[in-house]
Design a protein. Structure first.
Length: 200
């Protein structure tokens, strides 16, 4: 059962684009009336991609439900546009050539297995996102990523280790903590166009 309606998902994507556009236009924040559900704490990621090639242009978010969704959404949208260290800040002239995607997350859940190889059966491609953590190192990949790259579970684990700055086989080490989460994903079909629920 979906936690968010299609209308709420569309609203989230529209807000993400609007705060970025207004910040670029006037260096200010729009006044937005949020539905009650957006006042509850939730994790969220905003992803910005080029159109039509869908090359990543920025992706930042908050996996843990530490902020009300309305605040986390605004923070993640601005961070994806202007603070992703992999890319230069988004420019006004790019706004017609990028699409916005918002992933609304469930709280991360720690996986507990008696043997590490059991992880291969505990994680489901197309359903779960991963967080891998060891000491000060932490990496996250959203559920849509292994689908887009056609990874199997082992590759998904290895790539999340690498994202964390750890050796690719770190998932085999019992001291490595692994979390799973799910996401409801909503995306613009084209820049400023219709928003749809993304099925993965």
């Amino acid at each position: 059962m979906n936690a968010y309606s299609n209308e709420e998902g569309e609203f989230a994507v529209r807000v993400a684009r609007r705060v970025v556009e207004e910040y670029l236009d006037s260096d200010s924040m729009p006044e937005i009336e949020f539905p009650d559900k957006f006042k509850e704490n939730s994790g969220v990621f905003t992803t910005i991609s080029t159109y039509p090639m869908h090359h990543l242009r920025g992706c930042i978010g908050y996996p843990d439900p530490v902020f009300p969704l309305k605040d986390a959404l605004v923070k993640s949208a601005l961070a994806a546009a202007f603070e992703d260290p992999r890319f230069p800040p988004l420019q006004s002239e790019e706004l017609g050539d990028v699409v916005f995607e918002v992933s609304l997350l469930t709280p991360p859940e720690k996986i507990k297995v008696s043997k590490r190889r059991e992880l291969l059966k505990s994680i489901h491609i197309g359903k779960h996102g991963l967080i891998i953590e060891r000491g000060l190192y932490r990496g996250l990949l959203l559920p849509q990523v292994p689908v887009e790259w056609k990874w199997n579970v082992r590759e998904f684990l290895e790539q999340t280790c690498w994202k964390a700055g750890l050796p690719k086989n770190c998932w085999k080490d019992p001291s490595t903590i692994i979390y799973i989460f799910t996401a409801e994903i909503f995306e613009e079909i084209k820049p400023r166009g219709k928003v749809r629920r993304k099925e993965i």
